[in-house]
Ligand binder design. Structure first.
Ligand SMILES: Cc1cc2nc3c(=O)[nH]c(=O)nc-3n(C[C@H](O)[C@H](O)[C@H](O)COP(=O)(O)O)c2cc1C
Length: 353
């Protein structure tokens, strides 16, 4: 209430002309909070252990995660569990540091409670993230690391690019998400095609196995590998992705990334809808849920799914769990509904279980 009626209007209005300014201010504040454990406890101290759950061999204090893209460089990692998140996905990180697309590249569509972004994987690169994670106090929740392809790397060299990131980050992640579904890196989504996906995932799986067996304290468990897919794939294409996941022994699916569709936008947001990029938030919810339900059915519930897209209330999260998700993630709902959302969803999930 306080957030939607007071803080959000202030942040949207005075956060800067470019919505990315508001994002940067928020990240700055959260990174301060992340570095001050006592302040964190006093302000937002929340016991994230509301609804413990175990998925792909990892223990989660609750099933509500921060989606990739919010904290790409891991600047505020200790702040997120205090807000109630039961896991964090950092990144998407690429092997090469890169600035992303020119600004403006993030747009609000407030009547639809949606965003359009064409950030283009702006991040400081895998080596910089590894250095930051090496200095980090242990987190109280699992950390996923989302891997993407550097823009300068040609598609035919994509495998080597992902592998290089995996090698430097392997010891720091609890799971790895292979992002082949961002609409903002030219050609990236082609990596969802069965042949290319098989080659990429097989290489990452083998390297993950090798890294686990040579890590200090081995034999260690092989770290879970997940694939994040686009909501714009046909059922046939999703079925192919799932077949490859089965063949390669992928541990889970993240569904979905942002969409190229502009369905479901409020009338007043239609002019903004022409901006190129991926749409997230409320208009994506039904499609993301349908993809989760299809994947759940198709795999007989055997492949764990992280449901993401348009989750903005505990009810919307409950519908995603009902569709077959084992865990959920939030991005746009968090922007529109504020820092109490993960906690509210976690408590609701506990009450329903
Ligand atoms: C500004 C912005 C940046 C994003 N960056 C990434 C990213 O780097 N990697 C990724 O896998 N997904 C990224 N996403 C997609 C989200 O993780 C999520 O899949 C999508 O927004 C749908 O969830 P939502 O409706 O709750 O926002 C981004 C989304 C937004 C809005």
């Amino acid at each position: 209430m306080l957030y939607r009626q007071v803080l959000r209007p202030l942040l949207f209005k005075f956060g800067g002309a470019d919505p990315e300014d508001a994002h940067e201010r928020t990240m700055w504040a959260l990174s301060r909070l992340a570095n001050r454990p006592r302040l964190r406890e006093a302000l937002v101290g929340f016991n994230a252990r509301a609804c413990p759950t175990e998925v792909f061999g990892l223990k989660f204090p609750n099933p509500v995660g921060l989606a990739a893209g919010m904290d790409k460089d891991g600047r505020a990692l200790h702040a997120w569990p205090s807000l109630g998140f039961g896991f964090i996905e950092v990144g998407t990180v690429t092997w090469r540091p890169q600035p992303g697309n020119p600004r403006p590249r993030l747009y609000r569509l407030p009547a639809s409670e949606a965003l359009i972004n064409r950030m283009g994987f702006n991040n400081r690169g895998a080596i910089s993230l590894a250095a930051r994670l090496a200095d980090l106090e242990p987190l109280p929740v699992p950390l996923g690391i989302s891997l993407g392809k550097s823009k300068v790397t040609p598609l035919e060299d994509a495998v080597g690019d992902y592998l290089a990131s995996l090698r430097v980050l392997h010891e720091f992640g609890d799971y790895f998400a292979v992002n082949v579904s961002s609409p903002n890196t030219p050609g990236l989504r082609g990596l969802q095609d069965a042949g290319q996906l098989r080659t990429l995932l097989t290489a990452l799986r083998e390297e993950g196995g090798r890294l686990a067996s040579t890590s200090p304290g081995a034999p260690a468990k092989v770290k879970p590998l997940l694939v994040k897919i686009a909501p714009d794939l046909t059922e046939h294409a999703i079925a192919e992705v799932l077949e490859v996941c089965g063949e390669v022994g992928v541990d889970g699916l993240i569904a979905t990334n942002t969409t190229l569709s502009r369905d479901g936008l409020a009338e007043t947001d239609r002019p903004r809808g022409v901006e190129p990029g991926g749409l997230s938030g409320r208009p994506l919810g039904a499609r993301a849920r349908a993809v989760v339900a299809f994947a759940h059915r198709e795999t007989g519930g055997k492949l764990p799914i992280i449901g993401v897209g348009g989750i903005d209330t505990p009810d919307a999260a409950a519908r995603m769990f009902d569709a077959g998700a084992s865990l959920v993630q939030l991005y746009t709902g968090f922007i529109y509904h504020g820092p109490s959302l993960p906690r509210r969803i976690a408590l609701d999930a506990r009450d329903r279980s």
